[in-house]
Design a protein around this ligand. Structure first.
Ligand code: BG6
Length: 496
């Protein structure tokens, strides 16, 4: 058998893309609540209002941080006339029993979800938590326990309480460390005995590309991005410390967006270029899992005149309380080159590269790479030798209900087969310590990149469209029954 007996098969979600109920039971607004829907061609928008002048507008949610400039006095706000998919999403808030039952029927051993920080601390800097918010997650964790499904909880998945962005400028301000740790301690104490696996920040390296999404940062200068990352590293270390003190059974992990990057040619210049690109990602795991700032980043900061607002104790904390395990998302690979020929470009989550002639692409242009999980697992294992966990992998596709009322998503099954085979090779051939596999968006939810509903990942279809219409009815897809067999056979039976 390739996978361990207690391998944590399951699926993953995030509150802002799944939960809905954005203003229910005392929840405050988060940064995700002011981001509109976009599409493959049109960027999502962050809407704003100037409370002094009454002026309104938007800026694009862009990976080009230079485009992310709010006008003077603008505050991210919910405006009339825009559609914000996080507001209702696919309404886990009111469907959690039904959805968890579906997960149990598939045989899930684990369910990755996030707690919405602004449901617990509506303004982020409140002293007392919102009891109603805490009660919601009490119910969810008890429901999971009923079916012996282990929760894996992300404390911050692309949402910061909006007040922390408006009042403090987001994670560039050191005061957020204390607000976050207070929040983390509150939920770790409350859910002691119900939750033991925690992740501090979803795709922490997204800070470099999307600092508003990852850290509520409105002015994404290189200095603010570096400071935002540093503050999150310190907050993560303090959360590992608190987690262990609250319950020695707690395991607090890092979550990284792993982008496998290949050179397009064998020109040595392309190999060096790949190393530099990989450093952009691995810097975040070198600090949070490896426990120290790597030299290449310190040199870069020196070259660019970046000076961190830090304390010597920060580096002690980072060293002493590195992550217990390293989890990551991985969907595809990207290919890069220093050659300027006219090669068509490729896409991925946060990574733009060029088209890899050996790989096919999804409707959203993400390359399907049958080797990528083995590549990712080896890279991370060789570097840190800490337990690894795949907490996001999957295929975003347009699903159609057939005339027989079913969803025949054989393309998703094909994608998952290739990826599970690749991760099995990493375990069988390379002997890597892998804790589990969580398929992204196990029940259909809103896309983070485009805000679309039509980019679906789930084993369960949810009746809702890009305009927010639909009954929210749940329908199992063909992949639902396939995954059930995969889990029952502990990954041995991948046949249709
Ligand atoms: C990851 C995020 O980057 O990729 C998720 O952690 C996201 O929040 C997932 O949904 C898939 O990306 P997208 O843009 O297709 O939703």
């Amino acid at each position: 058998m390739a996978f361990k007996k207690d391998f944590l098969w399951g699926g993953a979600t995030a509150a802002n893309q799944y939960e809905g109920a954005y203003d229910v039971d005392g929840k405050g607004l988060s940064t995700a609540d002011v981001i509109t829907q976009g599409s493959l061609k049109e960027a999502r928008k962050i809407t704003w209002k100037n409370p002094k002048t009454g002026e309104t507008g938007y800026i694009p949610l862009s990976m080009n941080t230079k485009e992310m400039k709010f006008p003077e006095g603008a505050q991210p706000s919910v405006l009339d006339g825009y559609y914000y998919p996080s507001h209702e999403a696919t309404d886990f808030y009111h469907h959690y029993q039904e959805d968890i039952k579906d997960m149990a029927e598939m045989g899930f051993k684990c369910f990755r979800m996030s707690i919405n920080w602004s449901r617990i601390f509506p303004n982020g800097d409140d002293e007392e938590p919102n009891e109603k918010g805490l009660e919601f997650y009490d119910k969810v964790f008890k429901e999971l326990k009923k079916y012996n499904i282990e929760p894996l909880v992300t404390l911050s998945h692309y949402e910061t309480p909006l007040n922390l962005t408006i009042k403090y400028g987001g994670w560039k301000d050191r005061r957020l460390i204390d607000f976050y740790v207070h929040y983390a301690e509150t939920v770790m104490k409350r859910y002691k005995g119900l939750v033991k696996y925690w992740l501090t920040f979803n795709e922490i390296n997204c800070m470099s590309m999307m600092p508003f999404m990852a850290g509520g940062i409105m002015n994404p200068s290189p200095q603010n991005i570096a400071q935002g990352a540093h503050n999150q590293f310190v907050a993560s270390a303090l959360t590992v410390k608190a987690g262990h003190e609250i319950d020695p059974n707690n395991k607090v992990g890092q979550m990284l967006a792993f982008s496998a990057t290949y050179p397009y040619t064998c020109d040595p210049a392309d190999q060096i270029y790949v190393i530099e690109q990989m450093h952009n990602t691995l810097f975040y795991s070198d600090v949070q899992t490896g426990g120290r700032y790597p030299e290449y980043k310190l040199q870069e900061y020196k070259r660019n005149g970046i000076k961190l607002d830090d304390n010597p104790i920060d580096y002690e904390l980072i060293k002493d309380y590195s992550a217990d395990f390293l989890s990551f998302s991985c969907y595809s690979s990207s290919t890069v080159t220093t050659h300027k020929e006219d090669i068509p470009s490729g896409r991925g989550n946060f990574v733009m590269g060029i088209k890899n002639p050996y790989l096919k692409e999804s409707e959203w242009g993400w390359a399907t790479d049958p080797y990528v999980l083995r590549y990712a697992l080896n890279t991370l294992w060789d570097r840190y030798h800490k337990p690894l966990w795949i907490v996001e992998n999957g295929l975003g596709a347009v699903d159609k209900i057939s005339s027989d009322g079913k969803i025949h998503d054989d393309y998703r099954i094909d994608y998952l087969k290739q990826n599970i085979n690749s991760m099995r090779d990493a375990v069988n051939i390379d002997g890597i310590d892998l804790m589990g596999y969580e398929m992204w968006g196990c029940i259909d939810l809103v896309s983070a990149g485009t805000g679309q509903m039509s980019k679906r990942y789930g084993f369960v279809y949810v009746d809702r469209d890009d305009k927010g219409n639909g009954t929210l009815k749940r329908i199992p897809k063909d992949s639902f029954y396939w995954y059930k067999k995969v889990i029952a056979s502990n990954g041995e039976d991948l046949t249709d």
